[in-house]
Design a protein around this ligand. Sequence first.
Ligand SMILES: O=CC(=O)O
Length: 340
Amino acid sequence: MATKEEQPQVLENKEEPKEDGELPLVVVLRPKNFNLPLEDRLQSHFHLLDPNDSPDESTESFLSHHAHSARALLCVGLTPLTADTLGLLPSLELVVGSSAGVEHIDLHECRRRGIRVTGASAAFSEDAADYAVALLIDVLRRISAVDRFVRGRLWPVKGEHPLGFKLGGKRVGIVGLGNIGSQIAKRLVAFGCSIAYNSRKKKPSVPFPYYANVWDLAANSDVLIVCCALTEDTHHIINRDVMTALGKEGVIINIGRGPLVDEKELVQFLVRGEIGGAGLDVFENEPDVPKELFKLDNVVLSPHCAVVTLESFEALQDLVMANLKAFFSNKPLVSLVQSE
Ligand SMILES: O=CC(=O)O
């Protein structure tokens, strides 16, 4: 996940809509059939160049013919933004991302070209953190499992529902203490958990114990919550050795990205009972979910929706507008992920 520490300071919208001819150009890259909820707001301030509006032309041809002078691009969702696509946009100076994770954007190429990139983790962090805690409580207290028990008419005649585990007192290791990880820590401290973390660097202002190595963090935790950015360094950061160190009672919650966890290994550990449970909002090959997990009551499965609330989407729209307006009026960007 992106590691911007600040909360967004959304600029007030005091500008009057301008005539289309004068509006700054903004390229929009979005999945086909994905309508932008903020299209009207954007259109009153920017001239949008959207390849999906020219279905007879390829994206490449559209960008080369119409977007040569565009200085800003809005990348919607997880649409890949590759060096080749960036190469079609010689005047580009800003990429506005609309997701917390920005691994789909070629950050190396952006850095090389001096293109600044903004992300959405500031708009999403509270909801993502709530969801991580919800998954953890669900795994420990078996809420989804007992819901199935009730719906299956197994209550009260056909046996006991499974015994859960207490959240308070658990040692929680957070992998990635950015915006989202910090919000998770804040919530779990209130539940009486102890927190430790791993991230690229120790954070001087953070009171929790730091482990430079995820294996050491796992060996000293009951729960691992994975919410770091997906990079070459963090791919499969939760591997077989880390799962072994976490141990038989250990729980893994992943709200980051599927490939942060070696999913094949995780499935084996869960099936063999070598780990206590898992709460998974993300998977290695979405939307495919390993079928072995469907029958495990100590596993909670979720369709990559940790950040999805009405409020977070409203905050995202404000953040996107604020970044674009700041850029075109030479003000500091609101949620910079990477500067030039
Ligand atoms: O997964 C969601 C996001 O990165 O915003």
